[in-house]
Ligand binder design. Sequence first.
Ligand code: HAM
Length: 431
Amino acid sequence: MADSDNKIKIEKIKGFRDHYPEDMEIRHSIFTRITETAEDFGYKRIDFPSLEYLDLYKLKSGSELVNQTFSFVDKGGREVTMIPEATPSTVRLLTARKGMPKPVRWYSFPKVWRYEEPQEGRFREHYQFNADLFGIDSAKVDAEIIGLATSILDSLGLSGIYEININDRYLMEYILKDLNINDINNAFSIIDKYRKISRDSFVEMFRKLDANDENINKIIDFLSEKLDMNSLPKKLKKLLNNYKNIEDRIKRIQETSEYVSYYTQSTINFDFSVVRGLSYYTGIVFEAFDITGKLRAILGGGRYNNLATLLSGEDIPAIGFALGDAVIELLLKRQNLWERNMRKVSYYVCVLNDVNPEYPITIAQKIRKTNKIASLDFTGRKLPAQLKSATDFDYSIIIGNDEIKNNSVTLKNMKTVEQKVLSFDDFIKSL
Ligand code: HAM
């Protein structure tokens, strides 16, 4: 668009974000903390293209996600898409290598794209951390994946600020069939909207699945409250005609939740309204929410035992989750944890009078070796001008001829403006 000065003004596309250096520095340390936690659990990093065949998502991600893709026909006539999630690509990589020794623990941290309505914590492009474990189907493994998710949130200082809500799609399918609702896929997609739509629209949508009002009211009743794991059997005995058939499943959920409590102190609820929007889940599903319930899901995942079979014919049980950068950023900023925990200590090294660079470079390298930031000013400007560039830093260091002669360091705290002279050795010790 041309303005009155005939300049061409091109704005950022709706739903996309820019990140300036002050945020990028913190984002980088948060991303590093997330990936290091996964590596501490023995997960190995993979990566894949940002563009895939659209068919990969048509397989089992569900029509809602397929409708949200940034997809197009490329110059070779292929129907391709910017990846809207990582799970299908991860399974594509896994199944392309036949017979990998199991279990396989993989993580990735791609950008993904979804044409969603931009809102708080939701954009059209975001970074998404994924962790998946292949080859074992057990409560211990389900708990490890949820335990990795909680360890990541706890490592970011979020303990006590979030809760984990768990459900089981197998159990939900059983309950729905027990209530004579057989169009399970559509029922799940209505339940997935339960907290976002009015009661009337919810009832109307279920009536279209031929559910009677008595059963719809039963569904609303069990969707409306979160339970602790111990009260789950009592609730289900009341609701179901045949509880016995599902008893083992309940035991597994209770066991999983107990094992998760070995990883974290955070609250774990049973929540019938968590069914997840993606179609490939077959068992346990879970999401993390901030305890005030005001924000969208922080992370989400579940067991998906059939995706590998669909792609390759090979049966590989799988469970995983993904965590987007957007809600985490919102939450950390709201809790004042963004700056405090994440920024590395930083030093701006002012170099005066054209001194020999060996001494200031040596100091900067010592600082960097302790995992702190050192930025050297070799502009030759006067000290006040150099200090102006240091305002974003925690400390400035002034190196002139006196410091070189005395083997000392003049250190200024940029917040308190306190200034002192230290010997080189004392300064290095102070790091
Ligand atoms: P998902 O629930 O669609 O699951 O997304 C996971 C997380 O990505 C969400 O909880 C949220 O943090 C973030 N997210 C999703 N959409 C947006 C958006 N438009 N803007 C910002 N953040 C967003 C999956 O994608 C599954 N593939 C997860 C998985 C991995 N299941 C098994 N393995």
